[in-house]
Design a protein around this ligand. Structure first.
Ligand SMILES: NC(=O)C1=CN([C@@H]2O[C@H](COP(=O)(O)OP(=O)(O)OC[C@H]3O[C@@H](n4cnc5c(N)ncnc54)[C@H](OP(=O)(O)O)[C@@H]3O)[C@@H](O)[C@H]2O)C=CC1
Ligand SMILES: O=C(O)C1=N[C@H](C(=O)O)C[C@H](O)C1
Length: 265
């Protein structure tokens, strides 16, 4: 079975990997490579831009007539128009952009009343499995007499604009809920005092071309557990997005995540 896919943000770092992997997948037909109207690469063949050879699909702002899934890796500012187009055309959406505002999230949630949407801060199977492991660790360690300090360390490339990463925040939410730790500390500086027990610490490192790395530290008195998941390139996210696009075809309207797609709930 072939699915017709439009990539939104097709000229970007992730968009190019999606074009390259989609062009090589017999089960995928790329029907549009969408990017912003003034994109410097507008009109270029998306496959050539991605280093995958000519595929006959230009980088453009023109939406396709028909499509089984739109995969979005773009920018927060594009969210409203993206969601409006998907709802108007009844196109299912795989939404991967991070760093959005609360109002943009509300619009996505409202749109999920009329179309199916998979939204996840990380499309990687390994990251989503690590989230499950973190939840089990959090629930198991919650009432340990010595107390457990949770610190979330993430590393990403120097071009990343949002901090901490969407994935770090997703890990944080899972652990805040599982361990009843509602406070967040983003880095520490100066005489901040002893560490509160109900705080989760976030540390965002920006360096070189790192495609994404997360370490969850569970610090106890006398023992430490670290869960670490690290990408060596972007294909784990792109492959996960295609898994979601194949899964979403024919699903009823609703807001789903990668835990639904991967059967981890
Ligand atoms: N959920 C996940 O698994 C992952 C999520 N991400 C997230 O995906 C997003 C994109 O990452 P990345 O590819 O590195 O970023 P890039 O900046 O390389 O790519 C974003 C692309 O979106 C384009 N764009 C800007 N405005 C619009 C618009 N109105 N319509 C369509 N396209 C537009 C940009 O064009 P221009 O440059 O001309 O502005 C650019 O080509 C980020 O939020 C990142 O955090 C990244 C990896 C994994
Ligand atoms: O910008 C990136 O590169 C990534 N962003 C996502 C995030 O913010 O969690 C996912 C991945 O870590 C790569």
């Amino acid at each position: 079975m072939t699915i017709r896919v439009a990539i939104h943000g097709a000229a970007g770092r992730m968009g190019q990997r999606l074009v390259a992997l989609g062009a090589a997948d017999e089960a995928v037909e790329l029907v549009a490579a969408l990017d912003n109207a003034g994109a410097p690469n507008a009109g270029c063949d998306a496959g050539e831009l991605a280093g995958a050879g000519t595929i006959g699909v230009p980088i453009s702002a023109d939406w396709p007539e028909a499509c089984d899934a739109v995969i979005d890796f773009s920018v927060p500012d594009a969210t409203d128009s993206l969601v409006e187009e998907c709802v108007r055309r009844r196109f299912p959406l795989v939404y991967a952009t991070t760093g959005i505002e609360a109002e943009q999230l509300q619009r996505i949630e409202a749109a999920a009343a009329s179309i199916p949407i998979v939204k996840a801060a990380s499309m990687s199977t390994a990251v989503n499995l690590t989230m499950k492991l973190a939840e089990i660790a959090g629930r198991t360690l919650k009432d340990l007499p010595s107390g457990v300090d949770v610190e979330i360390l993430e590393r990403h490339h120097r071009f990343k604009e949002d901090s901490p990463s969407g994935t770090a925040l997703a890990f944080g939410k899972i652990l805040a809920d599982a361990m009843d730790k509602p406070k967040a500390a983003h880095g520490r500086e100066g005489r901040v005092g002893a560490r509160p027990a109900d705080e989760i610490g976030y540390h965002a490192i920006r360096t070189g071309d790192n495609p994404g790395e997360h370490t969850i530290v569970f610090g106890m008195l006398g023992e430490t557990i670290e869960l670490r998941v690290a990408a060596t390139n972007r294909d784990c996210y792109a492959q996960g997005a295609y898994t979601a696009a194949k899964w979403i075809k024919g699903k009823p309207p609703g807001l789903y995540d990668m835990q639904d797609v991967l059967g981890l709930k």
